[in-house]
Design a protein around this ligand. Sequence first.
Ligand code: T5A
Length: 211
Amino acid sequence: MVKGYFITFEGGEGCGKSTQIKLFADYLRGKGISCLLTREPGGSQGAEEIRALLLKGEANKWDKVTEILLFSAARRDHLVKKIWPTLENGTTVISDRFADSTMAYQGYGYGIDEESIKMVSNTYQMIASNFEPDLTFILDINPEIGIARSIARSGNDEQRFEHMDLTFHHNLRNGFLEIAKQNPKRYAIIDANASIEQVHQDIITQFEERL
Ligand code: T5A
């Protein structure tokens, strides 16, 4: 059986990943490609339990090392219980965030810190070896616009990272761009400041060119 593609969507707060993933999944299904939507942190029962620990509460609730380990533990459970078995079945998996978020948020967000970047990278090797997405869309947005979109959407108590200061959000935007620069074949940078329809069209164009 042919394995499914693993496609991830990344970006700063309120960049529109959830909105775009739904449109992209509709597009794929329209082409007869079966796909499963999932998210991080979370996506499997154990990882969803860890999600609550990570996203609720005070911005400085965890120190950086603990945070990297918790995101990684959730990712390992998600990979073993959901992502790998689904890909083996020939179904495409689309994930709202994956390992690049850990590199951008925990590695670059607090300011470039070589030690944390190395730790994120080593921890990922330990939990996933050489596995990586076939394609990653980075929805690049001006942080002021993204945070305003995020905060305008009410009824969400998982806003620990929205409450980080603006420097953090600029650092992580630069972090995503830096990560993408290292492997232009795998990463497609999409201008997420544009309209929902325009962003969707850009995603489809990149998908058709690359996979
Ligand atoms: N995290 C995660 C880490 O720190 N390390 C890690 O390793 C991982 C995996 C996850 C948090 O955890 C952190 C990062 C995050 O802070 P989350 O709830 O999944 O938490 O939060 P986000 O991933 O940031 O997702 P959001 O739901 O907040 O934002 P989305 O999915 O990017 O945006 P979306 O589609 O919900 O849109 C937000 C609003 O904007 C509107 C939408 O209608 C919606 O109201 N919108 C647009 N408006 C105008 N123009 C457009 N083009 C628009 N697109 C969407």
